[in-house]
Write a protein that binds this ligand. Structure first.
Ligand SMILES: Cc1ncc(COP(=O)(O)O)c(C=O)c1O
Length: 407
């Protein structure tokens, strides 16, 4: 791909908070996952929930460039949006398909997840009546109990796979405990799925693309690789096994940055922020930074966690506000208003990594990244340069948004 002329200087853009999306890291992580799976096993990048908050358009196009084979979304509208911008990779809608969606699956050439025999038969009938075609993956419930055909419901599974018009290109299940080492449920689920695949193979009904594992399954259960893997968190560069540095050479895709908006000193006995949960024991210099829970930064705990300023950890004081967070900068007395703050950047220090910040507030990196607010400006790393979306979309050849007719 040819690079365009020099991108504009992003530091001249007045935004108090922003996120940096490292698409080079995403491609690096795709390559790493590729090295962990058999050569003919495909990689599906889950881009649901706006790519876990990383931006589904940018991530989808970068992933296509980086060698991903398939994209996965939760809802049909997410897949339609990608098609409306010209994305041409196959897209599997992982959530249950319903009759209201049939026409859209056909029109937008999306792959449907079929979770019950009634829907399978109704879709098949729709395709026959309209003289159209569509690809589908059969969703199998091996123990997650979220959706799908029961793994032992052989009669209905056979009936669905024998339909003439709905083409079952794939079949998949989802593991509930793969991120819990030693949990016997994972092996039980993999065995149920393997048995089903073997039975269907023997009967000549096995779909071409069988898949089972998300990040934890892909990285810790090689027997779950089958024909495709669906790692989300690992491809976005975070440890899927808990709040510890990743044992794998993956790089975090998102960094959250802010700026210092105000600096002041407080005397001993003064409290900081709502509720007064932090009290100065000694004279303290405080920097008020522009990030808050209105940006998706977490507020659950107070007096918890750090940010990074000039390469030094600065403890968070009291409660996070909607648009501001106060931090202790007494150890960096000459710090200035306007300076950049690393709020989340796992490559600098694990204590400000996505995993650690999420854990401080009793949640998981998925929730933190997918709740990043829209008002945070996005900058992208691509080929080692920080670029804006308008620049990147030309690089990727993203088409103009195409409206579809209302029904
Ligand atoms: C069906 C399905 N596949 C794959 C994934 C990706 O999971 P992870 O991000 O843990 O790799 C998810 C995530 O929720 C999912 O629901």
């Amino acid at each position: 791909m040819k690079l365009l002329a020099t991108p504009p200087d992003l530091n001249k853009i007045a935004r108090p908070n922003w996120i940096e999306i490292n698409l080079d890291a995403l491609c690096n992580n795709i390559q790493f996952i590729r090295s962990q799976i058999p050569a003919n096993t495909k990689i599906l990048l889950p881009v649901k929930a706006d790519s876990y908050g990383h931006g589904s358009l940018a991530c989808s196009f970068a992933a296509k460039f980086g060698g991903a084979d398939y994209l996965g979304v939760a809802h049909i509208s997410e897949g339609m949006l990608l098609r409306q911008y010209g994305m041409d990779l196959p897209i599997l809608v992982l959530g249950p398909c319903t009759p209201a969606d049939f026409a859209y699956f056909v029109e937008f050439q999306l792959t449907a997840a079929i979770t019950d025999i009634r829907t399978a038969m109704a879709f098949d009938q729709f395709l026959r009546d309209t003289g159209t075609t569509c690809k589908a993956h059969l969703a199998i419930d091996t123990g997650m109990n979220r959706y799908g055909f029961d793994a032992e419901d052989f009669n209905n599974i056979r009936a669905a796979l024998s339909l003439k018009n709905l083409h079952f290109e794939g079949m998949f299940t989802h593991l509930a405990t793969a991120d819990m080492p030693g949990n016997p449920k994972t092996e039980i689920q993999i065995q149920r799925f393997t048995r089903l695949v073997d039975v269907l193979e023997a009967e000549g009904l096995r779909p071409e693309i069988c898949h089972c594992s998300s990040s934890a399954g892909t990285l810790t259960h090689p027997e779950s690789h089958f024909d495709m893997v669906r790692p989300g968190l690992a491809l976005y560069g975070y440890n899927c096994m808990g709040a510890a540095p990743s044992p794998w050479p993956i790089k975090p895709v998102m960094r959250i940055k802010s700026t210092i908006r105000h600096i002041h000193d407080v005397k001993p006995g003064e409290t900081v922020s709502y509720g007064g949960y932090w009290m100065a024991q000694q004279p303290t210099r405080i920097a008020t930074i522009a990030i808050g829970y209105g940006d998706g930064y977490l507020r659950g705990e107070y007096n918890k966690g750090f940010v990074f300023i000039r390469g030094q950890l600065c403890p968070i004081l009291g409660r996070v506000c909607m648009d501001a967070t106060m931090v202790d900068v007494s150890h960096i007395p000459d710090v200035q208003v306007g300076e950049t703050v690393d709020v989340v950047n796992g490559e600098l220090d694990f204590r400000i990594s996505m995993e650690s910040v999420a854990d401080d507030h009793h949640t998981i990196p998925y929730e933190l990244t997918s709740r990043v607010a829209r008002r945070l400006y996005r900058k992208y790393y691509w080929k080692n340069r920080l670029v804006r979306w308008d620049y990147l979309r030309k690089e990727f050849g993203v088409k103009d948004f195409k409206e579809y007719p209302l029904r």
